[in-house]
Design a protein around this ligand. Structure first.
Ligand code: NI
Length: 164
């Protein structure tokens, strides 16, 4: 188990396109394990390989439900529909928040850590995270989304007041 350093704004790697994973070997499993540890330590919802310096088409998502961490290798978005206006942040942009419009239904086809293909449908937070993480694989940051509007620390406090 290892926590990896999360790359943050200003690091050029975040703008690069990640490469297709071809080997489903120990090196990939170590990366995915470390990403899981890093996501848990940061209390995040999602993390892409590039965010820990690995330019490979992988991301993980944990929306905090009974499914735990879900790993997506070489994901492709098959469908997206609906829309939701949601608050969003990113571990690579600490302290920065904004509202973005995301689909509220997303279907992805991806491989698991052993190379087996699967399909998964996400709604709500899962759909939001799928699209956010997919963006990282092509070098896109959430702040660049045309629907993004920033939310200040003060506004954020007001929005989350009462959530404890
Ligand atoms: Ni992100």
């Amino acid at each position: 188990m290892a926590i990896r350093n999360v790359r943050t704004e200003g690091d050029d790697i975040l703008r690069k396109k990640s490469r297709v994973v071809e080997k489903f070997d120990r090196r990939l499993w170590d990366l995915l394990d470390d990403m899981g540890d890093t996501l848990a330590q940061q209390n995040g919802v999602g993390l892409a390989g590039v965010q820990v310096g690995a330019l490979r088409r992988v991301f993980i998502i944990d929306v905090g439900d009974e499914n735990g961490v879900i790993e997506f290798v070489n994901p492709e978005i098959l469908e997206q529909s609906g829309s939701q206006r949601v608050l969003e942040g990113c571990l690579s942009f600490p302290g920065q928040w904004g509202m973005v419009t995301r689909p509220d239904h997303v279907k992805i086809r991806a491989q698991d850590r052993r190379g087996r293909w699967f399909e998964r449908v996400g709604e709500g937070l899962m759909a939001q995270a799928m699209v956010h993480e997919y963006g990282h694989l092509d070098g896109h940051a959430f702040k660049e989304d045309p629907t993004f509007t920033p939310v200040s620390e003060e506004e954020l406090e007001a929005m989350t007041a009462g959530e404890g």
